[in-house]
Design a protein around this ligand. Structure first.
Ligand SMILES: [Fe+2]
Length: 302
């Protein structure tokens, strides 16, 4: 991999919850049950709240900042349609990064209905961004070794079977995650865990939270990690979990890449400047007045 910023920190960009739209190729039978409700929500609410123009502006800002790696933590779609994912693929393609410099995991909106989850269409379409450098028994977690980083892609996204947006990693994946985080190949690397749902409680309401977050916290307490990145809540969030010996693990959420709201939640992405054990969180958000992205936050995490 060609390092872009020779001598400087490793730049890891984090984009989440873009909620791309694209109904191309969909047929009426695709809009039964939960999808009918979700598609109506797209038309009534999301068209207003999530703007594709903001995603385009974000892409240009990201390109100009030339990160070494880009992590996308899910909700690329709204109702898990091929057209939505194809729009996401086109956007990714325009980011100016090679496939091995991009990691993708699904969100709950990418696992909207059971038939699509069972088809593994998401995993097929985004396969180039979900490769694993460690042998694996299942799609998740995958481990990507990139210079001093080990990116660990977890899926918390399941077809809930109801209108809830809750997440579940599951015991089997949690066991594989613990093995991955303690694998010899990962030793000495800065371990970055990618997961869609926040692994800590930010908002009440179990219809939308990660159900087995306590079990994940236990895995991280035993195995450790250096940074956990998530999306889902459509706002920047900072929390902490504890690793072995009580060592803090920063848990950082990014707001939605396409959200039109006020300055606190408007379209944004994060860039992590990683140099040795030092990690600095930079957030860049769209400024409505100037129609440009600007730095709105800079915090040293470790
Ligand atoms: Fe979500």
């Amino acid at each position: 991999m060609q390092r872009r910023n020779d001598g400087g920190p490793f730049l890891l960009a984090h984009v989440t919850d873009p909620h791309f739209r694209g109904f191309g190729g969909a047929s009426p039978v695709d809009f039964a049950g939960k999808r009918a409700v979700g598609a109506l929500n797209v038309v009534v609410n999301r068209v207003r709240k999530h703007k594709m123009e903001l995603l385009e502006a974000l892409r240009l800002d990201l390109r100009a900042h030339a990160p070494d790696h880009l992590a996308l933590t899910g909700d690329l779609a709204n109702v898990s349609l091929t057209g939505e994912w194809r729009a996401a693929l086109a956007w990714i393609d325009g980011c100016g990064l090679s496939p091995e410099s991009i990691s993708v995991i699904p969100g709950n909106h990418d696992a909207y209905v059971q038939t699509v989850v069972a088809s593994r269409e998401f995993e097929r379409l985004f396969a180039a961004y979900m490769t694993s450098d460690l042998p694996r028994e299942a799609d998740y977690p995958y481990v990507q070794l990139r210079e001093e980083l080990a990116l660990v892609g977890v899926s918390s996204s399941v077809a809930t079977g109801d209108l809830g947006a809750w997440g579940l990693i599951g015991d089997a994946q949690l066991a594989r995650l613990e093995a991955a985080l303690t694998a010899p190949e990962v030793g000495g690397k800065t371990r970055v865990v990618l997961i869609h749902h926040p692994p800590v409680l930010h908002k009440e309401g179990e219809k939308r939270n990660l159900r087995d977050r306590a079990a994940l916290a236990s895995v991280l307490a035993r195995a450790g990690a250096d940074l956990v990145l998530h999306g889902h809540d459509h706002e920047d969030q900072r929390a902490e979990l504890r690793g072995p010996g009580g060592r803090p693990i920063p848990v950082i959420g990014a707001g939605s890449a396409s959200y039109t709201g006020g300055p606190e939640r408007r379209s944004r992405y994060s860039v992590y400047e990683i140099a040795g054990r030092s990690i600095t969180w930079v957030s860049r958000a769209h400024d409505e007045a100037t129609d440009a992205f600007k730095e709105v936050r800079r915090e040293q995490l470790v």
